[in-house]
Ligand binder design. Structure first.
Ligand code: NAD
Length: 382
């Protein structure tokens, strides 16, 4: 069984699908690993480091030609010019595993189906206890939350911690984290460690205790939120009236803070707008919004993905692909997640995909030239 790891081609992507330390667990299961020359360099892993773990360094063509399983961060088809060649290089029946953005990226899904590969989307691995070690959404969101806290601290014209100095006492910064999922909780913990006074808010009342256990205050708004959580623990999409009321109630809370880190998301949907232009105008000049939902439309009305804009002295930062800004550790965690999923496909040193297993069934997107995933079909209207 051969695994191939091509160099990432997605613009700005610095991560690599596996790191040298991941190789032994896969080799022990019977895999030979081919890595494209230089694929790990931007994440801090040289070819020599891979070779020391028995990984074969190959050119891109060989990686595609020889492999039974292709491991990527962003799969082929997720949208770069060079994808056309790579799509042709894929072999019928090959297994392709990576982030596809399958619930929203119709083009990527269709391309993978047309290439007749078995494509598994890591973002669709169910969030069940047994799959925790394969959960890239969590591992990468953790990193994004940490980094968002640093971005806020770095951009604010104030200090985060309280300081008592001979030059006077500095009062700590106030930070509001909206959306207390994996990224939000990590942002809360990091801001707290940096000495800010942190509050957290989420539409799901169940996270109140988690927010408080990290030393932050939980913001409670007078909203009907009993129906806000689905069976899987995710936030549900609410109606426009709800979001209007939420914005109104949040206005004062937002204006009381120096920095806002927003992470609110609904899987497969556009992010809810929670901070309006008027709310931005109500913030103190010098305040900062770090909108981690920028890529899915933004939680702030003014957010532009990939840019920082200024409005009335307030900076609105719309970072994209934040985990890739910490590529060493995000690759390390990603590599462990993807290797654990691959190991689930092996029995007695042979590839054996058991579609009775809900982890594999839920993450398989295309097979035999067809889109086979019901959730993807529904979301894309196929
Ligand atoms: P996410 O990225 O989908 O969303 C981020 C947060 O935004 C969520 O907490 C969500 O409730 C919140 N949000 C959505 N709309 C909002 C609004 N209008 N106002 C305020 N907040 C809003 O979430 P996630 O970080 O991927 O985690 C989602 C759930 O999955 C959580 O319950 C988490 O505990 C659970 N989870 C379970 C496992 C597991 O293995 N069992 C692993 C990871 C996460």
């Amino acid at each position: 069984m051969i695994i191939g790891v091509p160099k990432e081609t997605y613009p700005g992507e610095k991560r690599v699908a596996i790191v040298p330390a991941t190789a032994p667990s896969l080799q022990k299961a019977g895999f030979i690993i081919h890595l494209e020359e230089g694929a790990g360099v931007s994440a801090g892993f040289t070819d020599k480091m891979y070779e020391a773990e028995g990984v074969v360094i190959s050119d891109r063509k060989e990686v595609f030609d020889k492999s039974d399983v292709i491991l990527q961060v962003r799969t082929i088809g997720t949208g770069t010019d060079s994808d056309a060649d790579d799509l042709n290089a894929l072999k019928e029946g090959q297994i392709v595993i990576g982030l596809i953005d399958a619930l929203t990226n119709r083009e990527a899904v269709n391309s993978l189906a047309n290439a007749k590969v078995k494509a598994f989307a890591l973002e669709l691995v169910p969030r069940i206890t047994r799959a925790q070690s394969m959960d890239v959404l969590s591992s990468q969101a953790n990193i994004a939350g940490y980094k968002a806290a640093l971005m806020a601290a770095d951009s604010l014209p104030r200090l985060f911690p309280m300081m008592m100095t001979a030059a006077g006492t500095i009062t700590p910064a106030r930070v509001l984290v909206i959306g207390a999922g994996v990224a939000g909780l990590q942002a809360i913990a990091t801001c707290n460690r940096l000495g800010a006074i942190v509050s957290g808010y989420d539409i799901r009342p169940a996270v109140k205790e988690q927010v408080q256990s990290l030393g932050a205050k939980f913001v409670e708004l007078e909203l009907e939120t009993e129906e806000a959580e689905d069976k899987g623990g995710y936030a549900k999409e609410m109606d426009e009236e709800f979001y209007k009321k939420q914005q109104m109630l949040m206005e004062r809370v937002v204006s009381e803070n120096d920095a806002v880190i927003s992470t609110a998301a609904i899987p497969g949907k556009k992010a809810p707008v929670l901070i309006t232009e008027a709310m931005v105008s109500g913030m103190k000049p010098g305040s900062v919004i770090v909108d981690l939902a920028a890529e899915s439309g933004g939680n702030c009305e003014l957010t532009v993905a990939g840019e920082t804009i200024e409005k009335d002295g307030v900076s609105i930062i719309g970072p994209v692909n934040v985990p890739s800004e910490v590529p060493y550790h995000s690759s390390q965690m990603y590599g462990k997640n993807i290797a654990n999923l691959v190991l689930l496909m092996v029995k007695d040193e042979e590839l054996n995909i058991d579609l009775e297993d809900e982890i594999l069934k839920d993450s398989l997107v295309t097979d035999d030239a067809k889109v086979v995933n019901e959730r993807v079909k529904e979301s894309l209207g196929l």
